[in-house]
Design a protein around this ligand. Sequence first.
Ligand SMILES: O=C(O)[C@H](O)[C@@H](O)[C@H](O)[C@H](O)COP(=O)(O)O
Length: 225
Amino acid sequence: MTNLNAKPRIQLAEQLAEATGEALRQDLARQERALLVLSGGSTPVPFFEALSRQALPWERVDVTLADERWVSESSEASNARLVRCHLLQGEAEVANFVSLTTDDETPEQGVEAVTRRIEALPWPACMVVLGMGGDGHTASLFPDNRELELGLTTDAPVLAVRTPSQPQARITLSADRLHQARRHVLHITGDDKRSVLARAMSGDDSRELPIRAFLSCPLAVYWAP
Ligand SMILES: O=C(O)[C@H](O)[C@@H](O)[C@H](O)[C@H](O)COP(=O)(O)O
């Protein structure tokens, strides 16, 4: 990130944190608990930090992830670690975080236990915040997943995925489960991702660019240079 882009990215993160806080307040006014589904990667760090400063009844908020690398929580690559370090701080520390990993060796072995945890959450989610990679992937629905067709079509909430372009095995919520939310946001930065999104909007095949599976959720795009 160049210095020139730092300010708009921080402002974007703050605007998204305000919108997320407002959505949670609205839902919590009419139901006991609300669920937030968040993405990992590098983009959401300032958003997580801004969100942790929102004044909310955090003890009534459940937080989980759209996807996770099958690594331990102490690994730099762990999205759970990212959420714990940058979101579950201060007042937000009391939110209930539900991780997508187990002690099993592989995501295929752990998927059943994770499915039970995910099923127990209060769906539909208040909000799903998606990220996107330069290859059009979102969550861990990558164009080169061996299980992509399944991820886009199954009504199972969670699946283990193997992706030749990625170093680790992963676990991801399915497109069907990610659709089950009152609000959908795509949080992206930079000209490259804007071009990928433009390309995604000019076609239909979600197997080529999996983000396409979410373009008509409707999807609110939070973008900054
Ligand atoms: O854990 C992850 O990596 C994600 O859930 C993934 O879908 C992410 O949102 C995109 O890869 C964008 O990542 P960046 O923000 O790092 O570009």
